[in-house]
Ligand binder design. Structure first.
Ligand SMILES: [Zn+2]
Length: 263
């Protein structure tokens, strides 16, 4: 399995990282794809290693961190795009992100978030790499920007998808995959019913560790080994076997992130 969205480099894992990675490996996770939240993330990603797990990096600024600078350039400001482009052009960077919009934590930065999101899309298109999108309480604006930026070159993933069937369709039509995380296991979230009708060949598995742990670990620190609960739920929703879900979503992740080529 490939955990396509995991912040395993964050301090929440500092004390027991080796155990966390051993458990991930034992549960069948072979690759961990790491979205950046800021540019300090990359140095921390470089420190990770495990004999049986492959780590892949992304570069970007989380919408909640648009106030942080990269070499003196703030996300959303002129000059930022060049800095991001230079960083993300490196062959060991598999994707641009995570970017997107988050109106839940900070609506004070809305215009900076929108500009930053577009800058990330622009860099992703120029580099022919996928963009990894975070969205919270901002679905309409997010889809509008994706559709506006789509010129045939934009592709990527709406991570931790939690939209309606219509929003899911719009995202697929705009060239996005949908990342399925622990929320699919939450009662009353309704993500399971929506996902039931979406095409399996456009779905990815992810944890968003350390956040959004699936049932039965809900409320605890999330980690890559818990992705099996999400995979099992997706198998039930899709009337498929666990191994089929593993094989198909792994294949989807390899296709989207071109994992065979990168590195
Ligand atoms: Zn994330």
């Amino acid at each position: 399995m490939i955990d396509t969205h995991s912040h395993i480099y964050l301090p929440q894992f500092r004390d027991d990282l080796k155990d966390v990675l051993d458990r991930a490996s034992e549960s069948g996770v072979k690759s961990i794809l790491m979205p950046a939240i800021d540019f300090d993330s990359l140095a921390r990603m470089d420190e990770l290693s495990h004999p049986r797990i492959e780590f892949r990096k992304m570069a970007g600024i989380h919408p909640c961190d648009v106030g942080k600078s990269l070499s003196g350039k703030l996300a959303g400001q002129d000059g930022f795009e060049d800095k991001l482009h230079k960083l993300a052009a490196s062959p060991d960077i598999i994707a641009v992100g995570e970017t997107g919009l988050d109106y839940y934590w900070s609506d004070e930065h809305v215009s900076a978030q929108r500009r930053s999101f577009r800058q990330h899309c622009s860099v992703a298109k120029a580099l022919n790499k996928p963009v990894v999108i975070h969205n919270r309480n901002s679905t309409a604006d997010m889809l509008d920007i994706i559709e506006d930026e789509q010129d045939g070159r934009l592709y990527g993933v709406w991570h931790c998808f939690n939209g309606t069937p219509e929003e899911g369709r719009r995202a697929l039509d705009s060239g996005l995959y949908l990342g399925i995380g622990g929320v699919i296991t939450f009662k009353n979230a309704g993500v399971d019913r929506v996902v039931a009708d979406l095409p399996l060949d456009k779905l990815l598995l992810e944890t968003d560790a350390p956040y959004l742990a699936p049932v039965p670990k809900r409320g605890k620190r999330n980690e890559p080994s818990y992705m099996r609960y999400t995979a099992r739920k997706l198998a039930g929703v899709k009337n498929a076997g666990f191994d089929d879900i593993d094989r198909i979503t792994t294949n989807n992740a390899q296709t989207l992130f071109r994992l065979d080529e990168a590195g």
